[in-house]
Design a protein. Structure first.
Length: 231
């Protein structure tokens, strides 16, 4: 499966005249998981956006979203695309360019077709393509306030010595949910930089579910699960 996207970007010349500064087939198409290919069209950082200069920001290193910024991305979901149940700290504006796809929420599924538009407001979801053709969607992801999970984490562990480690774990879980490849060794080193030699068994999905979905779990039990064997 391939993705071909023509990218046209405007700007200004030295005299202040409006010009097309980029007109090309996107060169940065990458496989994000089995059955899905994506191209970052443009990114911006900070609000309001600074339109000065003509630097190409599509090559900026970003995750699914960009802190205090915007990511414009086109994604092709092939038939049988690998599942990825996720959500992000963003509001996402999406337009289905071609094909059809199911968006699966908590106990609810909606079919989107070419020409449909979507506003995704930080809700957990999964894309399922049961058809015979790829579905291509253009996404504009705008950074938003942290969801209740992060805030609940801050409150639940406020004043405890494990607070920063728990918050790091939450951030790592976000990284994993956003689809960035990370080995278990890198995960441990990232989440516990001062304890990376410890024998730590982590199941980020379980903890992320507790944080993201609000499953009942006590503070003591969370610490026991997250830091088992570390005293």
């Amino acid at each position: 499966m391939s993705l071909t996207v023509r990218r046209v970007v405007t700007g200004h010349d030295a005299n202040g005249n409006a010009r097309v500064v980029i007109d090309e087939i996107a060169k940065n198409v990458a496989a994000t998981r089995p059955g899905a290919n994506a191209a970052v069209i443009w990114t911006s950082e900070g609000f309001p956006v600074n339109n000065d200069g003509n630097a190409d920001t599509s090559g900026r290193q970003v995750g699914t979203t960009l802190d205090n910024g915007v990511v414009f991305r086109v994604v092709s979901f092939g038939p049988g695309v690998a599942p990825r149940n996720h959500r992000t700290d963003s509001i996402d504006y999406a337009t289905v360019i071609s094909g059809e796809i199911d968006m699966v929420l908590d106990g609810e599924t909606v079919r989107l077709k070419a020409g449909d538009v979507l506003v995704q407001r930080g809700t957990i979801h999964n894309w399922v393509n049961k058809g015979a053709e790829p579905c291509v969607i253009a996404f504009v992801l705008v950074d938003s306030l942290a969801k209740r999970g992060y805030r609940a984490c801050q409150i639940a562990f406020s004043g405890q010595r494990q607070c920063q480690l728990i918050i790091r774990l939450w951030k790592v879980a976000v990284t994993l949910f956003d689809g960035d490849a990370m080995s278990i060794d890198c995960l441990v080193e990232f989440a516990f930089p001062c304890q990376c030699q410890s024998k730590i068994v982590i199941c980020p999905g379980v903890y992320a579910a507790a944080l993201f979905d609000g499953l009942a779990i006590t503070c003591d039990r969370f610490v026991e699960l997250a830091f088992s064997g570390q005293g």
